[in-house]
Design a protein around this ligand. Sequence first.
Ligand code: FAD
Length: 472
Amino acid sequence: KPAILWIRKDLRIADNRALLAACEDNRPVIPVYIREDDGNGPLGGAQAWWLERSLARLGEAYEKRGAPLLLKSGAPLAVLRSLIAETGATAVYWNRRYEPLGIKTDTAAKKALLGDDIEVASFAGQILHEPSKFMTKTGGSYKVYTPFWKAFVETVHVPDPADAPKKLTTVAKPPASENLADWNLYPGKPDWASAFGEIWTPGEDGARERLAHFIDAVADDYAAGRDQPAKEATSMLSAHLALGEISPATVWHAVDGTKGLSGENRKKFLQELVWRDFCHHLLFHSPDLADKNWNDRFDAFEWKSDEKSFRAWSRGQTGYPIVDAGMRQLWREGIMHNRVRMIVASFLIKDLMIDWRQGEKWFRDTLVDADPASNPANWQWVAGSGADASPFFRVFNPVLQGEKFDPQGDYVRRYVPELAKMPAKHIHAPFDAPDDVLDKAGIMLGKDYPKPIVDHKQARKRALSAFEAVKG
Ligand code: FAD
C-alpha cells in the first residue's frame, strides 16, 4: 500500500528520514508539496522567489527517481484525505517543523488521520536536537546559549546523514499535479529580485555546492573573517537550511570531519550552527517569540511611530553608510551579512527607537533565509528584550562599527556606489569629512548622499533614557 510523503521544509532527497521511511521495502511513495491556505509557507516575498525555484529543482529530482512530485493547494488535511481516497495510501509521513502554526496544523492533521485509521509518522531532521526532549537538569527549557551549547556537545549525538534513495516507486496512476507556474509565487513585476539569480542557486545541488565551496575555500578563515562583511568568510548556507535543501546534520558532519580545519574554525562554525538550534528551542518553548517581548519589562518601552525614518532605514537612506550598505544588500541580494544585521537592527531599535517587531517583519519579507525562529530570536537579542540578549545599553555606534569591521570601506563601496570615491578614512562618516574631501569624491551631502537622519550621540542618549524608564 502506498505512503504519502508530505514535504514542507525539507526540499531535499538526501538525509531525509521521512522519505526513507516512506520508501522502505520499495513501498510506492507519493511525494506532495501543499501550498497551505492557512499561513504556513514562505515567510515573505524573497523566500517565495526562492521556493519557486527550489520546488522546480525538487520536482526534477523526484521525477528522475520515478516518483513525480505532486503540487496541491488548500487545507493540508483536506488535500491529504483526498489523495488517500484517490490512491489507497495507508500512511502519511513527514519531517517535523517547530513553529507554532506548523505545529498546530500538524497536530490537528495527525489526530484526524489517525482517526481515519491512517498510519502517521513524523521524523526529525530540520534541526539537530528535539526541543521537546532537550531540557535543563531542573526540567526547564534553556534560556542562555552557553549552557545550551555545553549540554548540546555533551549529550546530543548528531546522526550520520543518510544517503539519497537512488530509485523510488510510485502508484501506477499518480494523481494530477497543479502547475508550479500557475502558483505565481514570484510574480516578477516589478522584478525586484533581478540580482538574486546572480548569487543564488536554490535547490539541493546548489546547497551542496555551497557547502563544498565553503569547506574548500572559505572555512579556514571562518573564525577570523566571519565578522568582516567585505570578505567571503561565511558559508552562505542559511537560506538552503531554512527550506531544508540540506540537512543541518549533513553540514555538521561535513565541517566537523574536514581534515586540516583548525579547531578554532571548526568550533566557531559549529557553535553558529547550534545557534540556529537554540533559536528553534526558544521559539518552541515561547511560541509568541515574534510577537511578544520575551522580557515583558520591554512592554512599557515607548517606541516611536515614525514612518519617515522607517522608510529611510528600509531603503538604505539613513546617511550612515554601513547601515545603508546593509539595507541595500538586503534589498538587492535577499541577504545581509550577520555583523551588519546586528548594526542595522541596533540602529532601528536604538537610534530610531522603532519597535523591533517592525524590523523583524521587514526582514521576514526581504530575506531569502527568513526563518520563524532565527529572525525573531536575533531581533530580540539586539533589542535586549530576548532570552539571552545583548544588554539594551550596549548601543552600536554605526561609525565605529563600520571602521572596525569594514576598515577599507569596501563593503560600503559595493552597495553604496555614491560613496565609491570616498577615501577609507572618511567613508563611514561622510558628514564629518572636510569639504575638500567631499568635493574630490564628488559628493554633495543632502543631494548625492543623505545627511544623517539622526545624530547618533543624541539618539543614544534618548534611547538610554527611555530604557531607564523601563529598567525597573
Ligand atoms: P554562517 O556564519 O556560515 O553560519 C552557519 C549557519 O549557522 C548559518 O547558515 C545559520 O543557519 C546559522 N547561524 C549563524 N548565525 C546564526 C545566528 N545568529 N542565529 C541563528 N542561526 C545562525 N538567520 C537565519 O537563518 N534566518 C533569519 O531570518 C535570520 N535573521 C536574523 C536577524 C537579525 C537581526 C540578526 C542579527 C541575525 C539573523 N540571522 C538569521 C542570523 C545570521 O545573521 C544568519 O544566519 C547568517 O548571517 C547567515 O549567513 P551564513 O549562512 O553565511 O552564516
